[in-house]
Design a protein around this ligand. Structure first.
Ligand code: COA
Length: 154
């Protein structure tokens, strides 16, 4: 992702956030704050953000990687109408290359327990379930959701 991609990416991020059931962020997002946050991340060598684009150059997916001394925290999304076509797998493959180039020892992530597509995607790549966090994350509607921790030793 280049700095010039951030606004287009935030459109997609907001669409997935509006689904309210896959990623941590919930719509409406604070766009100005998120833009600033992503621009800061792009300027940092601790962060990676890789995008998938279609043949017209439109962003249809993204994987974000945070390098914490070799422990890489992962977050990712694919546009709703582009899911189930292998794009998530391509992004994760690219993310793994990013991590290995940095000699990372592990990837880690959290997902909601009912996110079956994500759980299967990560399992396909060898991630294992390492923990179950009960009543971990508060949502805007006041609910507190459980989360699963998955990890992949590199
Ligand atoms: C999770 C997500 C990134 C997967 O991306 P994708 O492009 O759909 O994934 P792929 O097409 O590469 O599929 C990879 C694997 O995921 C699983 N999968 C994908 N869609 C699935 C579905 N609807 N139901 C069950 N499993 C599914 C399959 O095991 C698939 O492997 P296969 O191709 O060998 O069958 C995508 O569904 C998404 O953006 N979801 C919303 C955001 C999100 O959940 N992000 C992750 C938060 S932790």
């Amino acid at each position: 992702m280049d700095p010039g991609d951030v606004d287009e990416f935030l459109d997609l991020y907001e669409i997935v956030a509006a689904e309210k059931r896959y990623i941590g962020a919930e719509a409406p997002i604070d766009r100005a704050r998120k833009r600033e946050q992503f621009l800061e991340r792009l300027a940092s060598d601790r962060w990676g953000s890789l995008v998938a684009i279609d043949t017209d150059g439109v962003i249809i997916g993204q994987i974000g990687l945070k390098n914490m001394n070799g422990l890489i925290e992962v977050g990712m999304l694919v546009a709703p109408d582009m899911r189930g076509r292998g794009i998530g797998s391509e992004l994760l493959t690219a993310g793994l290359d990013w991590a290995r180039l940095r000699h990372a020892h592990k990837m880690t992530l959290q997902l909601w327990p009912d996110n079956e597509a994500a759980r299967r995607l990560y399992a396909k790549f060898g991630f294992v379930e390492e923990g179950y966090l009960k009543r971990q994350w508060k949502r805007r509607n006041g609910e507190i959701w459980d989360a699963i921790v998955m990890g992949l030793q590199l």
